[in-house]
Write a protein that binds this ligand. Structure first.
Ligand code: GDP
Length: 360
């Protein structure tokens, strides 16, 4: 599933947010979640479609899609050159699909800011510089080895020139993701380096609660990091939300003019940023959500359930969640002709409710 690494300067609210995300009572009541290590939390993705499916099929269990959050402490100014960026830190950040940077906007004078003043743009620059410097080190180490090898093996010339290009980009203070996005760099030869700045960035702005509905502020923050996506939340409120049941949580959100919790926003943005979508399976045993990439075919979707399903794929019966709910049962959907039998070429859509037929 989706894995998101949380980074940011000290005292910006990373742990507060992480704890709120992973100790969510609303989720805990309905969905399983687990904390693997103190800084790793597996969180169920809230998806109301699962509740509807489960009641339609009288499912015994609901199994949500999962998102892993990793609270990655350790970035401070100068971290990449000093003792800061330890191996453990780098390993957990390299394993993440996306990097979520928490940025302090809240003004609480009781909470000391490491640089003495609240300045989202310079905080972002500090963190991004450290990520870029860490990548620069990785690339330089590889360059030394590859240059030596390429003298003996001319077929490595292309990889070497890609690496030199990456070095140049990082050296001028730019991210790999930015260069790939604008077509200046082909990432093919860089994939195995797991460069930090090659990952999609998501910015989470931790604002004062009364700034949650400040649209002007929101627009300014979005412009600061465009084209990256942003989430605006208040970690303190998220912590309160995590202790409330569904109705009370909705009421608290509404009192700040909000509809969706930070968790839900973050998951949506994460899915969008990484090009992910959900398909559903349902039956008396369980109703379940599965995470796949946009553009995945039916056999690829089957493969997320079991690799044998992809190999032995024959066909899939597919119905959209909306059609199923409108008709009221799978039998009714079939008689309306809205249950489609799809083959190997079928491109999955978000909210497809699927039953696969396969050989094992
Ligand atoms: P970390 O070092 O980034 O993990 O930051 P913490 O989560 O430990 O938060 C640092 C301090 O800021 C703690 O005292 C938190 O209670 C406080 N804090 C975190 N989020 C908020 C917020 O949204 N508003 C206010 N006023 N304080 C917050």
């Amino acid at each position: 599933g989706l894995s998101i690494g949380i980074v940011g300067l000290p005292n910006v609210g990373k742990s507060t947010l992480f704890n709120a995300l992973t100790q969510n009572e609303v989720l805990a009541a309905n969905y399983p979640f687990a904390t693997i290590e103190p800084n790793v939390g597996v969180v169920a993705v809230p998806d109301p479609r699962l509740d509807s499916l489960a009641s339609l099929y009288s499912s015994k269990e609901i199994v949500s899609a999962m998102v892993t959050f990793v609270d990655i402490a350790g970035i401070v100014k100068g971290a990449s050159v000093g003792e800061g960026l330890g191996n453990k830190f780098l390993a957990s950040i390299r394993e993440s699909d996306a990097i979520c940077q928490v940025v302090r906007v809240f003004s609480d004078p009781d909470v000391i800011h490491v640089n003495g003043e609240i300045s989202p743009s310079s905080d972002i620059e500090t963190i991004n510089t450290e990520l870029i410097l860490a990548d620069l080190q990785t690339v330089e180490n590889r360059l030394v080895k590859l240059a030596k090898e390429a003298r003996k093996r001319p077929e490595l010339a292309q990889a070497l020139s890609a690496l030199e290009k990456a070095h140049e980009i990082l050296n001028s203070g730019n991210t790999i993701a930015g260069a790939v996005g604008s077509g200046k760099l082909d990432a093919t030869f860089l994939n195995d380096l797991h460069l930090l700045s090659a990952k999609p960035f998501i910015y989470v702005f931790n604002v004062d609660e009364d700034a949650l509905s400040d649209l002007e502020l929101r627009a300014r923050l979005a412009a600061m990091v465009a084209p990256a996506e942003i989430v605006v939340l208040c970690a303190k409120i998220e912590a309160e939300l995590s202790l409330l049941d569904k109705d009370d949580a909705a009421e608290l959100l509404a009192s700040f003019g909000q509809v969706e919790s930070g968790l839900v926003q973050l998951v949506h943005v994460g899915f969008r940023t990484l090009g992910l979508q959900t398909f559903l399976t349902a039956g008396p045993k369980e109703s379940r959500a599965w995470t796949i990439h946009i553009g995945d075919t039916a056999p690829q979707a089957a493969g997320t359930i079991h690799t044998d399903f992809e190999r032995g794929f024959i066909k899939a019966e597919v119905v959209s969640f909306e059609d199923l709910m409108e008709a009221g049962s799978i039998a009714a959907v079939r008689s309306l002709g809205k249950a489609r039998i799809e083959g190997k070429e079928y491109i999955m859509r978000d909210g497809d409710v699927v039953e696969f037929r396969f050989n094992v």
